[in-house]
Design a protein around this ligand. Structure first.
Ligand SMILES: C[S@@+](CC[C@H](N)C(=O)[O-])C[C@H]1O[C@@H](n2cnc3c(N)ncnc32)[C@H](O)[C@@H]1O
Length: 259
């Protein structure tokens, strides 16, 4: 599409979907939107983009295109083994009440995976498990609790698998835009996996600092298998294993001095 049409589309997305496209990686975003406009418009692209505000089906489809919702249970198994055998036992040794947040949870496979591990960890540990996403469609699916693939913790209903209620009840789903909304504090564990890969590097760095603030000292940030905290992003964190970063008290005060 022409540059002026793209600029108009960005404004329309801001107005009708409340999404700031400039925060995302530009080349990737442009490619995705070029394809979307090409596939959905017949005739003049500028006129098509201009008229988007009144077309709720197209706006919903556009939102789905922008918020890539791919997810799966226990995505990247080796990392989940680390969570189960190292990180959770360590956190549970510190506190009997865990405060956990899955940020960018999509349709819920990630927080439900955590809920299953907590369920297996057994009695003596209570937890609050908050799961948030920008996309209302994904949250709706998540609250319905399925359908899903894993055999454990699912019940079959008419050929579809649903997460059992004991797991569902452990998770509280809420809409939250990571680029705009306020975060809670005092988290023992924050999962933000395969979300910031779509963000512009300075936006990712700012978000990482906000996660640091939201964690309690000694709390963990768990990121995706292909991700890393680069350069000063890791200030105040110690990389423990794989994609786990622990908030350290000493390094945290260094960050506070630098701010
Ligand atoms: C690829 S999914 C990752 C899901 C899950 N964390 C995982 O790793 O399986 C990315 C999710 O990030 C969400 N997302 C994108 N931008 C966001 C924002 N600004 N605030 C909150 N969530 C956002 C999308 O809606 C989508 O559900």
């Amino acid at each position: 599409m022409q540059d002026d049409t793209y600029e108009l589309l960005k404004r329309q997305i801001g107005r009708f979907l409340d999404l700031d496209i400039d925060a995302y990686k530009q080349r990737q975003m442009r490619r995705r939107l070029d394809t979307w406009v090409e596939q959905n418009s017949s005739g003049d692209e500028h006129t098509f983009v201009m008229g988007l505000g009144t077309k709720s089906d197209l706006l919903k489809d556009l939102r789905d295109t922008l918020t890539i919702n791919v997810t799966e249970f226990f995505r990247d198994q080796a990392q989940w083994a680390d969570l189960e055998t190292k990180v959770l036992p360590e956190l549970m040794a510190d506190t009997s009440r865990l405060k956990i947040w899955s940020a960018g949870c999509s349709s819920g496979d990630e927080p439900y995976s955590v809920a299953m591990l907590l369920d297996e960890a057994g009695r003596g540990v209570t937890s609050s498990l908050l799961a948030t996403d920008l996309d209302p469609g994904s949250l709706h699916k998540a609250q319905a609790g399925g359908p899903a693939r894993q055999a454990l913790y699912f019940r079959e209903d008419g050929g579809r698998f649903h997460v059992v209620d004991t797991v569902r009840r452990r998770v509280e789903f809420k809409p939250l835009n990571l680029l705009k909304d306020r975060f809670g504090t005092g988290y023992d564990l924050i999962l933000c996996r395969n979300v910031t890969i779509y963000f512009d590097p300075p936006v990712k760095a700012a978000l990482t600092r906000r996660f640091h603030e939201a964690l309690r000292p000694g709390g963990y940030l768990f990121i995706g298998a292909t991700e890393a905290l680069l350069g000063s992003e890791s200030d105040g964190f110690t990389r423990t294993s794989g994609n786990f970063y622990r908030k350290g008290e000493v390094a945290a005060s260094r960050v506070a001095r630098a701010a």
